[in-house]
Design a protein around this ligand. Structure first.
Ligand code: APR
Length: 170
């Protein structure tokens, strides 16, 4: 079964077949990891994103990697955490979909090593303890079902996120 690696790094530096972008539904770039990926990839990435036209929350779209070390970028749109009672199950399901759909789309395109940022835990304010458990569960499930997926790298950009994922991987 493929392995899950946990690293503290800038995802734009990661040498994997694909890196995942925490995008918005318009796919027009933004701040956070979205901004970092577009800056590192160059203008071609935004042009291809505009041709795609958008991506519903919970789904994923694939583009080239342009100037990034990665061959592909998988753009997925995480849920905004509303912290309203009764919304949590829907938000959890959408976030799980981000991981599942990103992995499936990458795999269909021949990707065998893929790097994820911590989707929705920045601007979209998803609690990282909750998000990391969902992420690890979906990644483990996918690796069990696709023995030839070699590695999923979880790329954390800070200590708090790193320790949350370390906990979730136990
Ligand atoms: N490498 C890896 N992780 C990063 C990087 C980077 N270069 N930059 C930020 N991160 C981390 C953040 O620390 C956070 O843990 O990515 C995680 C996701 O945070 P955001 O980038 O804010 O993404 P998200 O919470 O999903 O919000 C998406 O923000 O940038 C806009 O256009 C984007 O509207 C969308 C929204």
């Amino acid at each position: 079964m493929g392995k899950i690696s946990l690293i503290k790094e800038d995802i734009t530096k990661v040498h994997a077949d694909a890196i995942v972008n925490a995008a918005n539904s318009a796919l027009i770039g933004g701040g956070g990891v979205d901004g970092a990926i577009h800056r590192a990839a160059g203008p071609g990435l935004l042009r291809e994103c505009k041709r795609i036209g958008g991506c519903p929350t919970g789904e994923a779209r694939i583009t080239g990697g342009y100037n990034l070390p990665a061959k592909f970028v998988i753009h997925t749109v995480g849920p905004v955490c509303s912290r309203r009672a009764g919304e949590a199950d829907k938000e959890d399901a959408l976030l799980a979909g981000c991981y599942r759909n990103s992995l499936a789309l990458a795999y269909e395109n021949g990707v065998r090593t893929i790097a994820f940022p911590s989707i929705s835990t920045g601007a979209y304010r998803f609690p990282v303890e909750r998000a990391s458990r969902i992420a690890v569960m979906e990644i483990k499930e996918f690796l069990a079902s696709r023995p030839d997926m070699q590695e999923v790298i979880i790329v954390c950009y800070g200590d708090e996120v790193f320790s949350a994922y370390k906990e979730a991987l136990k």
